[in-house]
Design a protein around this ligand. Structure first.
Ligand code: CA
Length: 240
């Protein structure tokens, strides 16, 4: 994957940092735009198309955390790298509450940042280089194809509804991330009828049952108490 044509929004109020970062990313081939306060950053991050948002946590106007929450609400899977000068914030950033894709702490080198950006984008695309096509997601013996919308557990087809498929696909695209019920709801809501947190729980329950029926692993989707759901960590060459 090449950086060419990939759009990155840099939300950072310190001009020297913003300039250095934008310069480094442009040199690497990315298209870069900048926003210098939280409100502008939020509007642009949520309303325009970006391949990745680089977000400073301390901003004038809307805070970086509020901006992040709003962005996750409107675009649950848009890659975000957080920038913070506080090491004690890191756990929170990466932890259950927020779930950023990566973070850098100040001071950082633009070169290091560019490498992180490249790594997150490669991870999001689902495949490093010319390997398996990114439409095919795998977890243990479960394979999901986002193009044909087929799911197979150990070779046995699993018949999922659109909602169930979409929910599973979100989790499989981001195997390390915990998704709140709200985030998942955003992804599976299709406008027919009332959806609540409980619809997400019910949907997960149905997926687990169907996986089990097909001979797959019903525990693949893990409940994270008080936070939501995530894909169970891959354990390498998984047996039965
Ligand atoms: Ca700042």
């Amino acid at each position: 994957m090449t950086p060419a044509g990939r759009r990155i929004l840099v939300v950072e109020d310190e001009a020297a940092i913003s300039d250095a970062v934008a310069y480094a990313l442009r040199t690497a081939g990315y298209q870069v735009e900048t926003a210098a306060d939280g409100d502008t950053g939020c509007r642009r991050a949520c309303q325009e198309a970006w391949d990745l948002v680089l977000l400073d946590l301390t901003l004038p106007g809307m805070s970086g955390l509020d901006l992040f929450r709003e962005l996750r609400r409107t675009h649950p899977t848009r890659p975000v790298i957080m920038v913070t000068s506080r090491a004690d914030e890191v756990d929170r950033i990466l932890g259950l509450e927020l779930g950023a894709d990566d973070y850098v702490t100040k001071p950082f080198s633009p070169r290091e940042l560019t490498a992180r950006v490249g790594a997150v984008l490669r991870r999001m695309s689902g495949s490093a280089d010319a390997g398996s096509p990114p439409t095919r997601l795998a977890a243990g013996r479960l394979v999901l194809d986002t193009e044909t919308r087929e799911v197979k557990a150990a070779g046995t087809p699993v018949r999922l509804t659109r909602q169930e498929f979409d929910l599973l696909a979100v989790l499989m695209r981001h195997p390390a991330r915990v998704f709140s019920r709200d985030e998942l709801l955003d992804r599976i809501h299709d406008g027919d009828g009332v959806s609540t947190d409980r619809s997400v729980d019910a949907c997960v329950k149905r997926i687990r049952r169907k996986l089990e029926t097909a001979g797959g692993d019903p525990d693949l989707i893990e409940t994270v108490y008080g936070a939501g759901y995530k894909l169970r960590a891959a354990t390498g060459g998984e047996g039965a």
